[in-house]
Design a protein around this ligand. Structure first.
Ligand SMILES: [Mg+2]
Length: 224
């Protein structure tokens, strides 16, 4: 049996236009901070780490941690009222249905669990996944993928693990876990960038079901 692990943001759906607003409203409401810092290059893009980096000059570390749960709850409320199924990329639900016939389908994401659950429920994708690993389970993308593989497997051995994401960090996380790295060129990185960062397979978009399913057999690996 194969395992297919999907990243959420930009890979399956687009909620980027809500993120900045969600963070900024929360910084003001929960931490009383109006101007925060942006994430330095090379930092882990997890909800928890983005909050820590953004507030580091304005809020004592202890207070950031003490109010972390409240911060996530506050953001989750905004997603609850503003996320809808139109955010899902065309044909993703159909592809997930097909992959569920072939193997096990799960999620790995840098998002916090509560926010991820809200986004998956509001887009009607939640039922399609056997397993969800988030930044509540491990601090880095590589370790979140590792957690997902270990917890989805429950001791059985997968024939192949596909790690499917839109960023070079997702490709790296796949490689460090000996998984097939699948780049999806629907975010900020084009097909060439994803290939250069080591993607074994690149998917332009989800629209052609046959083509996507053929690629996700992993045969391309044999020719490269
Ligand atoms: Mg992403």
């Amino acid at each position: 049996m194969n395992l297919y692990l999907f990243d959420v943001d930009n890979t399956m759906l687009d909620v980027d236009h809500l993120h900045r607003q969600a963070y900024e409203e929360m910084y003001e409401k929960v931490y009383n901070v109006k101007h925060s810092l942006s994430l330095p290059k090379g930092e882990e893009r997890t909800t928890h780490n983005i909050i820590r980096c953004a507030l580091t000059n304005n809020v004592p570390g202890k207070k950031i941690e003490e109010q972390m749960e409240e911060a996530v709850e506050s953001m989750a409320r905004l997603y609850m009222s503003r996320v809808n199924p139109l955010f899902v990329h065309t044909n993703v639900p159909h592809i997930l249905g097909k992959l569920n016939e072939r193997g096990m389908v799960g999620v790995f994401t840098g998002g916090a669990r509560h926010i991820t659950n809200v986004i998956l429920k509001k887009t009607n994708l939640h039922e399609r996944f056997h397993h969800v690993s988030t930044c509540d389970d491990a601090p880095t993308r590589k370790e979140i993928v590792k957690h997902a593989i270990e917890n989805a497997s429950l001791g059985r051995k997968f024939d192949k693990v596909f790690v499917i994401g839109d960023s070079p960090e997702d490709i790296e996380a796949a490689k460090s876990n000996n998984a097939v790295a699948v780049g999806v060129a629907m975010g900020y990185h084009d097909e060439e960038t994803l290939r250069k960062s080591g993607a074994d397979i690149v998917i332009k978009d989800w629209e052609d079901t046959e083509e996507v399913l053929e690629k996700l057999k992993g045969r391309i690996l044999l020719n490269s």
